[in-house]
Design a protein. Structure first.
Lengths: 187, 197
């Protein structure tokens, strides 16, 4: 049955998908193309949609694929599938962790992993910067792009960075403000 | 007389609203989610700064969707299983509704110049936010590592090395996390031995 297959496919993706984001999209396509008639075009379309919609990318992908193949109930099944592993693993882990946080080995593990977490975040900055700042020289019509660098975006990013670092503006306020400015100025 | 709690003070409602807001306004996946949640939790006093750091570490270390992992962690620490359920509902609901609406009514968002312009602005804000979070977290992590010289050296080495490996060698982050885990556990063992001696 399509609903059960969707649920199981996304359950598997939820269990193996580390780090999340766009990296899991090929995994999803492989998983669902075996039993649904979702086309490559439909799926490629989601790449564009995922850039333009808020929310966790994996959840968005699950909802999209589920809906396109089996309607609202399909969307519910695949979304439930993709979040269930997070739910189970993090609840069990957090419970165990709370009771053993002071253990030397547990604390040691955190000491080792924390800087990796930081490296992953900075890597995220790098990839977003690559896509957002270095737009290439193929956009002569885009306002403020000089030598392939999106200067207004660079400026807005620096302002956001400063305001956030010195706690002058909240995250959501910044996102909405910059979005509105972008819509007015760049359109 | 029984004290009346107003509906607005209900912690379950607050958890739901917090994660609904996160899911509604955060674009660009895991790193952006971490930055926005870290930024917002800081002022909430729900968790200590160290607990927020633990939350981020756990969310990136365990498999699953990073943002959902964070919502489960915070929900569970605040109000157990029930807190977890409302937090997860909160983060999933905006995605669920928005994606279905987009699939129904818009086959492509790429044509609209206002949407494109807004996205350029949002990407700029996201970039600045994640970078600011990197700064704040590195300050916090380095501050904790100062307790012990070995820990300070390990932290100062693992951070840039893991960044370089993930970014430029394209190695899956899982392996770098496992590497950090092994180094950290060995560090913990050495600490235990030192204390016994």
């Amino acid at each position: 049955m399509i609903y059960i297959r969707l649920f199981l496919t996304f359950l598997k993706i939820g269990f193996v998908g580390f780090g999340g984001g766009l990296a899991i999209l090929p995994l999803i396509y492989q998983g669902v193309s075996r039993f649904t008639d979702i086309t490559k075009e439909q799926f490629a379309n989601f790449f564009g949609i995922s850039q333009a919609t808020p929310g966790p990318i994996a959840v968005n992908a699950a909802t999209y694929v589920g809906f396109e193949t089996a309607g609202v109930l399909g969307a519910a099944c695949s979304t439930l599938g993709v979040i269930l592993p997070s739910f189970l693993l993090v609840v069990v882990f957090t419970k165990i962790l709370t009771e053993n946080r002071d253990n030397r080995l547990v604390d040691g593990a955190f000491v080792g992993i924390r800087p990796v977490t930081l490296g992953m975040l900075l890597s995220g900055v790098w990839f977003i910067a690559e896509g957002a700042l270095f737009v290439g020289t193929g956009h002569p019509d885009m306002l403020g792009v000089v030598g392939g660098v999106d200067l207004p975006v660079l400026g807005m990013a620096l302002v956001s960075f400063g305001l956030s670092l010195w706690n002058k503006a909240g995250a959501i306020t910044l996102i909405i403000t910059m979005g509105v400015i972008g819509a007015l100025v760049f359109s | 007389m029984e004290t009346k709690h107003s509906f607005k003070d209900n912690i379950y409602l607050k958890l739901f609203v917090e994660f609904f807001t996160l899911g509604m306004f955060t674009f660009g996946g895991g790193a952006a989610m971490i930055a926005v949640l870290q930024n917002r939790l800081k002022d909430k006093k729900w968790l200590t700064d160290d607990e927020v750091l633990d939350c981020i570490t756990v969310a990136q270390t365990l498999p699953g969707v990073v943002a959902v992992n964070m919502s489960v962690y915070v929900g569970y620490r605040m109000k157990g299983i029930r807190g977890t359920i409302v937090s997860v509902l909160g983060i999933v609901l905006p995605s669920f509704v928005i994606i279905i609406l987009v699939a129904l009514f818009l086959n492509s968002l790429e044509g609209n110049p206002y949407v494109l312009g807004a996205l350029r602005g949002i990407r700029a804000a996201t970039l600045g936010l994640i970078l600011a979070t990197c700064f704040k977290l590195s300050k916090q992590i380095m501050g904790k590592a100062k307790e012990d010289k070995v820990q300070l050296v390990l932290t100062a080495l693992i951070f840039p090395v893991s960044f370089l490996i993930i970014t430029f060698l394209g190695l899956d982050a899982v392996w770098v996390i496992l590497g950090g885990l092994v180094i950290g556990v060995v560090y913990g063992l050495v600490q235990m031995r030192r204390e016994k001696a």
